[in-house]
Design a protein. Sequence first.
Length: 176
Amino acid sequence: MKDSFVLPGIGLVSVLVLVGVAFILLVRQPQVEGSDNISGLPAVNAFLNGTSAVLLTVGYLLIRRKKVTGHKLCMVTAFGVSCLFLVSYLIHHYRVGSTPFSGQGWVRPVYFTLLISHIILAALIVPLALTALYRALNAQFDKHVKITRWALPIWLYVSVSGVIVYVMLYRLYPPQ
């Protein structure tokens, strides 16, 4: 495929993901209906984020050891796990909305600093991860390496900070 076709497509997909997330979080009024029990989705989301972080780390270590097949498997699986996370996250927030943070005192600015950086970098990782995946699948390894120097640490931060946000929001300071 030609970059002139794919890269704008990656941009479009990234914008659509961001608009969809923004709509669900900022515009749509949640309506928990029926007997669907989705209260476990935040824990599932944290598990998926943690799994993604492990896969990214193992994938990085494998490529450093020139184990290309294992690296590919880990990275494609990390991408798939992150896509599952996005679907689960959207379902949860579509049905429930946002959960207010109940922590007080010094922990509030810590939590919100972490959350804001997580959200900004999560938005940034969408086009970076898609471009890195595209470059790798099309054997553009020089360009793949250049983008992954940025994408990997950002993606790892987003995955790990997502788990920390979950722990702070649902375990250390559970909703009232």
